[in-house]
Write a protein that binds this ligand. Structure first.
Ligand code: HPA
Length: 245
């Protein structure tokens, strides 16, 4: 069973034929919301809205450990993370779909490991390739089969939020090699790795990053709502295909 974690712009999965919801209790507290179980074209899938129902949990307050633990508890075979991001690289426009392959973590103060309990052994997971290549291949193949354009390979800069970045911060991220910027990519990705669950991301460009393109004089999200909604329609189609429609 595949899991989909939805972010801004994908707070429900309308193509999921819901069978039941379950509030999972975890050793790490409450997940962002009840897990929504159902089927997409007859294949089982589970959905979790990262920011809660009603979009009330900001990126730095998401209980990533509880979310990942709950999905792992239900033995999901892979996690597709959907999130909106800012585009740093010149060729990335609002509405573009990007499949990142690397991460730089600029977040701080988040609970970012399962291996810090009393008595738990010191464990250093390999994180050389933060995203699962096979699952990313499946997403890419699905998009290709549907003739939905996407860009593969991008470095995701994970920022603390909830504020947006300064123009100088974006310049720094670019010098560091980042192509896109978002607030939720970490520690989600590493927690999946610690649990051994294949994890891949679909990033949707919501806006040019601060100081770039149409964001040269500030970022206005409202004007981009339509672009994001339309792009999330394409993301839903890709997910359907990955699940097996
Ligand atoms: N910065 C960080 N996170 C984001 C952005 C951004 O510009 N757009 C959407 N999520």
């Amino acid at each position: 069973m595949l899991a989909i974690i939805g972010g801004s712009g994908l707070t429900t999965l309308s193509n999921l034929d819901v069978s039941h919801r379950e509030v999972v209790r975890t050793p790490f507290g409450e997940p962002s919301g009840a897990l929504v179980f159902g089927q997409i074209c007859g294949r089982p899938a589970v959905f979790l809205p990262r920011h809660g129902y009603g979009h009330s949990i900001p990126p730095h307050m998401v209980n990533y450990r509880a979310n990942l633990w709950a999905l792992h508890h239900h033995e999901v075979t892979g996690i597709i993370s959907v999130a909106s991001v800012g585009g740093i690289r010149d060729d990335l426009q609002p509405g573009d779909i990007v499949l990142p392959d690397q991460i730089i973590d600029y977040t701080w103060g988040r609970k970012s490991t399962f291996f810090d309990g009393v008595g738990s052994p010191v464990t250093h997971v390999d994180f050389t390739e933060p995203y699962d290549a096979a699952l990313t291949d499946r997403i890419a193949d699905a998009a290709t089969a549907l003739s939905i354009p996407f860009k593969r390979g991008a470095v995701y800069a994970a920022t603390q939020g909830p504020r947006l970045e300064t123009a100088a911060e974006i310049n720094r991220f670019e010098r560091d090699g980042a192509d896109i910027v978002g607030m939720t990519g970490m520690p989600e990705a590493v927690l999946a790795r610690e649990l051994g669950v294949p994890y891949a991301a679909i990033s949707v460009i919501a806006n040019h990053a601060a100081g770039r393109g149409s964001s040269a004089h500030g970022i206005r999200f409202e004007s981009l709502d339509y672009v994001l909604q339309e792009a999330m329609g394409r993301v839903r189609s890709i997910i359907e295909r990955v699940v097996g429609c």
